[in-house]
Ligand binder design. Sequence first.
Ligand SMILES: [Mn+2]
Length: 313
Amino acid sequence: MTLRIHYHRDFDGIASAALLAWCLREGFGRKDLAWSGVNYDRRRDWEAFGEGTEFAIVDFHFHPRAAYWFDHHPTTFLDESYRAKYVESDRWKFDPDADSCPPVILRHARARWKIEPPERFVEIGRWADVIDAAKYPTVEDALFGDRAAYRLVRALTVAPHADWSDTLVEALVDRGLEETAADPKIEKMHQRACRNRDRALKEFPSTVLSVEKDVLVYDASSDKIRRERFAPFYHHPDLLYCVGVIPTRSGFHITAGENPWKPSGGRIDIGAICERFGGGGHATVGGANPKNLEECRNVAHAIAGEIRGRIGP
Ligand SMILES: [Mn+2]
């Protein structure tokens, strides 16, 4: 029977799938491995996920039928009944203190399986920590840094289809970041992503609705606008917080967050503020989904007002 590794479709999820595949192949002699990304919409029928198959999950919600499971998201348990089913074991490990998922698997492989994955996975883990926790040293580094891991992250933003990340997993099982990113097809995607980034940075100022007391509000809801998550902090490095309206596949969304390069140390809980407007999140980043664009703009201004009130005079 094939064991399928389901992974979160971002850099640390892809890296986690590659690392687990390597461990299962080299440490346990598994040859019948496959992998595919998992979508957030699968959560609606999570109980039935993977029924009748043997599967693993990495960097995504805990599932009691998973043959192997590794995650670091504090929100991994969909409800208390799932949490109650989790016990740390040879095959499952939850580490909510980890910045990204690959190091969780790496530590588990050494401690529990007595396997030492190649150095390239240690390197991937280091970059996954930087990228997943947005611990880039500067905003310029985040936007223009040329390291292989960054080039792969940018290439992902122009993936031709959702399953394209599977090819990245396959590459990373046996190759390092440099070799993988040097693939001419991937470099071509990276170049296209860079052009998008440049356009997004140029277009961002036209989306700004207000900048007041170190809090910026923007409306990038137009489908003609390119978006770049760090654009506000690139144009306004002194900002403390940013609240934006963006489009999603299912309507409009408000995203609110603190400037990663001006951390407040948890003084203001963005997730708690968003919760009061029907959304949620963590201390440093949150969101909400009002029912239409008009309301999104109103709520974005209201959230910004709440934040300003807490910053103080
Ligand atoms: Mn992830």
